[in-house]
Write a protein that binds this ligand. Structure first.
Ligand code: PEP
Ligand code: MN
Length: 287
């Protein structure tokens, strides 16, 4: 694709990008990022973090800056939220993924985040993309809810061209005529991205479906489609979640999902008969 010099496989056909975050190698092992939609309190975040760690998650997520549709909804705790995430990382050892929404916040949020998330609403916020391009902290770039593959990769190109090679893509569902679920999770984008780009791609079935009952099957489907990992919203007390309550997964259900992912991973490795994949992807077993 024209002008996608860095985001596509041009000139480096067999080389896939692997991004190291703490002890996790994104792009090499199947990664599970889990945690609440938003950081609401120390008790809620650390309680959830301990549960997801016990179940085998590799990284913790949680929003301190929440880009909400309504200005009257909970907007996040900001700096206080980042400090809670820092404590959760200390307690569990899990690296932290958190969203940044304003270009002016990038430098100082890097002091708290192991991975900066750019949400669907900001995928084409070019000032923000330029700013995260200036740092080396890995960036999890969600697909814009109305964006094509090409538009998405162009946004990744902004970050890469700015000097930050650590871009992780994340499919989180797009708007279609179908309204039964919150979004339409486009899993066909996973092998499509693999065909054209060397960047790791994750799938977020929580926002991609918006409904608890659909998250598990779509997580398994994401693994089968070849995703490098998933991002799941987990809350220690879903009924009280201040944000995205309908998709908040309780810890016991997350534990069940992790068990199924491990079994599916073994099945897929056998199916492919590929020692390298069996070895690399066996990482879920280690937890
Ligand atoms: C989130 O991950 O909490 C979030 C707001 O996601 P998205 O940008 O995909 O809606
Ligand atoms: Mn959310």
């Amino acid at each position: 694709m024209k002008n996608l010099k860095l985001a596509t496989c041009n000139g480096r056909p067999n080389k896939r990008t692997v991004i190291q975050v703490g002890g996790v190698r994104i792009g090499e092992e199947f990664v599970v990022i889990a945690g609440p939609c938003s950081v609401e309190s120390e008790e809620q975040t650390i309680g959830t973090a301990i549960k997801v760690k016990e179940a085998g998650a590799n990284m913790l997520r949680g929003g301190a800056f929440k880009p909400r549709t309504s200005p009257y909804d909970f907007q996040g705790l900001g700096l206080e939220g980042l400090k809670i995430l820092e404590k959760a990382r200390r307690v569990t050892g899990l690296p932290v993924v958190t969203e940044v929404t304003d270009p002016r916040d990038v430098t100082w949020v890097c002091e708290y985040a192991d991975v900066l998330q750019i949400g669907t609403r900001n995928m084409q916020n070019y000032s923000l993309l330029k700013e995260v391009g200036k740092v080396q902290t890995p960036v999890l770039l969600k697909r814009g809810m109305y964006s094509t593959l090409k538009e998405w990769l162009n946004c990744a190109e902004y970050i890469l061209a700015g000097g930050n090679p650590n871009v992780i893509l994340c499919e989180r569902g797009i708007r279609t005529f179908e309204t039964y679920n919150r979004n339409t999770l486009d899993l066909s984008i996973v092998p499509s991205i693999k065909e054209i780009s060397h960047l790791p791609i994750l799938v977020d079935p929580s926002h991609g479906t918006g409904r608890l009952s659909i998250i598990e099957p779509m997580s398994l489907a994401a693994m089968a489609a070849g995703a490098d990992g998933i991002l799941i919203e987990v809350h220690c007390n879903p009924c009280e979640a201040l944000c995205d309550r309908d998709q908040a997964m309780p810890p016991h259900m997350f534990e069940g999902l992790m068990g199924k992912l491990k079994r599916l991973q073994r099945t897929l490795a056998c199916l492919e008969g590929d020692e390298a994949i069996a070895g690399g992807r066996a990482s879920l077993e280690n937890h």
